[in-house]
Ligand binder design. Structure first.
Ligand code: HPA
Length: 265
């Protein structure tokens, strides 16, 4: 998919850091960015419009801790019916603007027995169970043909954020994120299977963007907000309301963590 032509106001901005905000986490952009401008997705020709509840659908750009950032307020998901090519277009677009470091956030279900709703998890790896790969058909594009994925999530940046969290008494887990397509939540049997596979948390996003970003040579950092315990672990039924409620309950602590990460990047 060809990159769309961007309005001059954004094309001239030259962001260093990109942010993708997950379900219920979009207030970060309003609260923490010293605003330079906004651009609605529907102002960009051919840009997919995000339809998932809680996802607004605009780029917000400005500075955080003096660093130029561009933030997706509203991400695109595979379950919305987009092709992999469409849903990773924003990553390629951010890369073309000069973004070197990409922070990807998400809401996720906790599989690890120690995880509870409201916890934060740094991704140290992922398992792609989406049944496809976002690079299929894009081998000729920028970047290597068979990109290495042995360290998708930057270990140096993770270490700095871990140190910051310890010093600031924000509990931070670190684990493996498994991506499913959704939009149905998992069955308890699937969660038991994912435990055996080595997953600590499960969600419906992040992995396509991370894979494309790595192909393009970007540094990637992933943070999950554990919004619920995964299916079958708690007695209660899963719902988007629970996901949104937890994400909004911890949103200011999450914002502190993300802002610190940006400062350390
Ligand atoms: N499963 C999949 N995606 C999710 C979950 C979950 O339990 N919680 C938030 N996003």
């Amino acid at each position: 998919m060809k990159l769309p032509i961007l309005p001059e106001k954004l094309a001239n901005f030259k962001p260093e850091i990109g942010l993708i905000l997950g379900s219920g986490l979009s207030s970060f952009a309003d609260d923490r960015i010293k605003l330079s401008g906004r651009l609605q997705y529907n102002e960009i020709e051919g840009f997919p419009i995000s339809t998932a509840p809680g996802h607004i659908g605009q780029f917000i750009y400005g500075t955080i801790c003096g660093k130029r950032v561009i933030c997706m307020q509203g991400r695109l998901h595979f379950y919305e019916g987009y092709s992999m090519d469409q849903l990773t277009l924003p990553v390629r677009l951010m890369n073309s603007l000069g973004v070197q470091t990409l922070f990807i956030t998400n809401a996720a279900g906790g599989i690890h027995r120690d995880y509870k709703p409201g916890d934060f998890m740094l991704l140290n790896d992922h398992i792609n169970l989406l049944g496809t790969n976002p690079l299929i058909g894009l081998q000729g594009d920028k970047g290597v043909y068979f990109p290495d994925m042995s360290e998708v999530y930057d270990s140096t940046l993770r270490m700095k954020i871990r140190n910051w969290s310890e010093a600031n008494k924000i509990e931070l887990k670190e684990g493996v994120y498994l991506a499913t397509t959704g939009p149905s939540y998992e069955t308890p049997a699937e969660i038991r299977a994912f435990t055996l596979l080595g997953a600590d948390a499960v969600g419906m996003s992040t992995v396509p963007e991370a894979i494309v970003a790595r192909k393009l040579g970007m540094r990637v950092l992933g943070i999950s907000c554990i919004t619920n315990t995964a299916a079958g672990i708690s007695e209660t039924k899963l719902s988007h309301e629970e996901v949104s409620k937890t994400a909004s309950r911890v949103s200011s602590q999450f914002a502190d963590l993300l802002e610190a990460g940006i400062n350390l990047a």
